[in-house]
Design a protein around this ligand. Structure first.
Ligand code: HEC
Ligand code: HEC
Ligand code: CA
Ligand code: CA
Length: 452
């Protein structure tokens, strides 16, 4: 009988089908590669000049920087304290990082720290002696700030049909503190490196399109709010909309990249200086790798590289189970935050990013996801339990590209099902629809996520 209905549906055209552009996650910029290198391509429509700049930017993103003075002057200045010696150490193959297992060192994730309060521009206040991030590595003769480790605590649960699962929560241990104990009220936030695809497109979505998705007071009564973060833009000395980072605490790729050069690698740029927290004398006594260490030209090449990284096409978009999962993604309320379709606006100086209909599955807004995921560390206007909806394009290639399946801001989830089960707060109703769905509906939703 069921088969008969299915055939009848196919004959009468009632079976769900994919939209004509559904597989093109990045519109006309979309690239077609589902291998481990899927995230490493320039926009399909990149021009010749961009294609020439791309590998050069890539080398400054991927190759290790060295301590000053180095034999290659353009690549020295690492540290004195740092988290990693290359962007790609964390953004592995332009994909995501992961937190350490209990017996490992922290490599592709980092720990932000602050004390309660706000700085003059609304930013988190650094910890005296340490600043706003812990650097567990240093060049020779300089003490690293601390060691950062994670242990894992099991969190049991069950699906609506009784099937048991076990989530796990990270417990951070900070040891070997080189400059005295951290204050008792220190706020910490463990964050993994997110994938770096499609960010140029997201930078180019007009402010008005994002503002239209905001619902700060839940006027439509669906339990989901969504609001912008407003953050300090160092280049213009103004407060603007935040778009990047797990709490949307960075306004632009240019500032995000220079922030990473300084905070993660100890490299000064035209925007940021001060690699050593005040009072770290051995750090301050080390030679500089130039003023600034990353020249404006090299910083711009890295910006261009990141802007050009294209989202990969989806796979299996006509598969019946994927189509069913797509419809469940909408009916369970996932798409309220993980917005399916946005359009990029005019993108001055980067026409190739302009005017695309894209499927990033994000609204770039902050949502309160509840106590379970809270880090308790405010970041500009984002509260301790608010996070930016992360884009889901490329999600299904995570394991292939990054060699693991860790998800969420601190990488606690092992795969998408655990990521969904951690959703609370504004996303609690959506999570409950997933948790209480039948086994076959859950499988269909996960098949859809695997096709992204
Ligand atoms: C030690 C690991 C590490 C290194 C090294 C690193 N990053 Fe990141 N990156 C992160 C983390 C963690 C975040 C999220 C930051 C946050 O939420 O505050 C991030 C965020 C980003 C984002 C924003 C992504 C998004 O979806 O919003 C970009 C772009 C980026 N990094 C580029 C770079 C560049 C360029 C470099 C090298 C100059 C670099 N990163 C070096 C860990 C790293
Ligand atoms: C209220 C807004 C909201 C709703 C509704 C929502 N999400 Fe999310 N989602 C988020 C936010 C915010 C995060 C990041 C949370 C974090 O990192 O701690 C996230 C993270 C994720 C991640 C991990 C992504 C990554 O890169 O690590 C997946 C997968 C995901 N959501 C899928 C879903 C699915 C499937 C549904 C529907 C069942 C759903 N979400 C409903 C806001 C939402
Ligand atoms: Ca520090
Ligand atoms: Ca330096």
């Amino acid at each position: 009988m069921q088969r008969f209905l299915l055939i009848a549906a196919l004959l009468t055209g009632c079976a769900p089908t994919a939209e004509p552009d559904e597989e093109l996650s990045g519109g006309g910029t979309t690239v077609f590669d589902d291998t481990a290198m899927a995230f490493g391509h320039a926009l399909r429509n990149a021009n010749d000049e961009q294609r020439a700049a791309f590998p050069v930017g890539n080398s400054f993103f991927t190759d290790a920087w060295v301590s000053a003075p180095g034999s290659v002057e353009t690549r020295d200045g690492l540290g004195p304290v740092f988290n990693a010696s290359a962007c790609a150490t964390c953004h592995v193959r332009d994909g995501r990082g992961r937190p350490p297992e209990a017996d490992e060192e922290m490599i592709s994730s980092l720990v932000r720290i602050s004390i309660p309060g706000e700085g003059p521009h609304g930013e988190p206040v650094g910890v005296p002696g340490y600043g706003d991030q812990l650097q567990p590595r240093a060049i020779r003769d300089v003490p690293p700030e601390a060691s950062t480790r994670v242990t894992w605590e099991p969190v049991p649960g069950a699906y609506g049909d009784g099937e048991a699962y076990e989530l796990r929560r990270p417990r951070l241990t900070i040891g070997d503190l080189a400059f005295g104990p951290l204050p008792a009220d220190v706020l910490t936030s463990l964050r993994v490196a997110p994938p770096t695809i499609g960010l140029g497109l997201l930078e180019c979505v007009p402010e008005a399109a994002l503002a239209a998705l905001e619902d700060p007071d839940d006027a439509d009564g669906d339990g989901v709010r969504g609001r912008a973060n407003h953050v300090w833009d160092a280049a213009s000395s103004t407060v603007v909309r935040g778009r990047f980072g797990w709490k949307a605490n960075q306004p632009s790729l240019a500032q995000q990249d220079r922030g990473a050069f300084l905070g993660d690698m100890g490299l000064t740029s035209d925007l940021f200086s001060g690699e050593c927290a005040p009072g770290q004398d051995a750090c301050a006594a080390e030679p500089s790798g130039g003023e600034p260490e990353v020249s404006p030209q090299i910083a711009e090449l890295v910006d261009t590289y990141v802007r050009l990284l294209a989202p990969p096409a989806r796979r299996d978009v006509e598969d019946a189970e994927v189509l069913r999962g797509r419809d469940l993604f909408a009916s369970m309320g996932c798409a309220t935050c993980h917005a399916t379709t946005l359009e990029t606006g005019p993108c001055p100086g980067f026409e190739e990013l302009s005017g695309h209909r894209i499927h990033p599955y994000t609204d770039l807004l902050l949502h309160d996801l509840g106590e379970g995921l809270a880090d308790g560390r405010p970041d500009f206007e984002a509260s301790g339990s608010e996070w930016r909806t992360p884009p889901l394009w490329g999600l299904g290639l995570t394991e292939r590209v990054s060699g693991h399946d860790r998800m969420l801001h601190d990488g606690r989830a092992r795969g998408p099902a655990e990521a969904i089960l951690w959703h609370g707060g504004e996303a609690e109703a959506a999570r409950e629809r997933f948790r209480t769905a039948s086994r076959s509906e859950r499988a269909a939703l996960l098949a859809f996520l695997a096709s992204l």
